[in-house]
Design a protein around this ligand. Sequence first.
Ligand SMILES: *Cc1c(COP(=O)(O)O)cnc(C)c1O
Length: 461
Amino acid sequence: MGIKYVPEPFRIKMVETIKMLSPEEREQKIAEANYNLFNLKSEDVYIDLLTDSGTNAMSQEQWSGVMRGDEAYAGGSSYLKLIKTAQEIFDYKHIQPVHQGRAAEKVLFGAVLKEGQYSISNMHFDTTRAHVELVGGRAIDCVVAEALDPAKRAPFKGNMDIEKLESLIKELGADKIGVVIMTITNNSAGGQPVSVQNIRETAEICKKYGIHFCIDAARYAENAYFVKQREKGYENKSIQEIIKEMFSYGDMFTMSAKKDTIVNMGGLLAIKDDAELFQQVKNRTISFEGFTTYGGLSGRDLEALAIGLTEGLDENYLRYRIGQVEYLAGRLDEAGIAYQSPAGGHGIFVDAKDMLPHIPYYEFPGQALAIELYKEAGIRTCDIGSYMLGNDPDTGEQLRAGFEFTRLAIPRRVYTQAHIDIMADALIAIKERASEVKGYKITWEPPILRHFQASLAPIEE
Ligand SMILES: *Cc1c(COP(=O)(O)O)cnc(C)c1O
């Protein structure tokens, strides 16, 4: 018997019909989509695990907040409520709403990164890397070695490699590092958490060398829940207390609110106390996002976001949320399917390199397995591997990722235990015919963030 399913701490009062196409229709749809799952219509998808970003189910409190949203251009009550809530949760003085996480990156990096400077992170998310490069910077990942070993169970596989960070700073020169970014949880490493100790030690190094320390806070609540479960000394602290401590070490944070804040659109950019930097943030927000008191969002979005910030901290909800992912992991353990283990916060990152050892990194095993999951059961997932990583910006050569994952990202409060079982059954069925699965080649790609738009074709011998 695997892990017991944690029952939903809610009941369902509004439903959305989904259906599965026939196997022949699925073959046709994925070919028409040029084997890029971003090109599929959602109505042709049965279970959509492409991302947990913005795909969350809002609560009745959030939906009633939508009706109360103040749509004033300047100084609206929804804006003021959001600022007050965020200040209370994170203890940062300056809070700027933006339309999503990458908008926060665009606004911030132009202010803290100069051309030719480096950004060092435990791992840059794909849009984070893109925005570093767009302002002429270079992104270096500095994650602990165990993150790259999917079979190795460690409590905080998302951590920064502290020794490597310090030696990189010494080697490159502190004045060449514009920012150090801590991504919590570490999305690209499989939603793996970062310990409070690791955040504190990273902050100490940043302080020692006078480098900005930024938290990429998309999954702040899931990270806090893992800390409570796994880090000594935090067992009896509340999620809110852990969040306060984690953020006390940062100078600023960017946040995609489409994740742990359980809304469909939104983002935040916060500066702890540097008023001068915040002035630049406000100036850039007005250029790119809109006036500072709406930041690219409607008043109703600001209202739902303010409510979601608090709802996302509920421990009963987080127990169910993380428990649902752990249940899926338990079923894969029983079937001997390798994944980034232990299970991360927002999904399962199946080790496609392990399931499809005959497909080399430049034929994209993570993408091949994602395509297979759609063909098998109408499940939409994505590659987190060499296909997503793309080409070296200097040489144009295909980069080799540290791992080849197929990510099953679980939307919050959306799918039930029966759906989770379908995901496990589909992976088990594919495992049985794994040697027949083919690799893919890219037939067209754009210069940056190519995985969203590229066309692919199966490699036929
Ligand atoms: C989603 C995400 C982003 C980008 O946010 P968007 O809202 O998609 O623009 C940045 N960093 C991390 C860790 C993320 O998960």
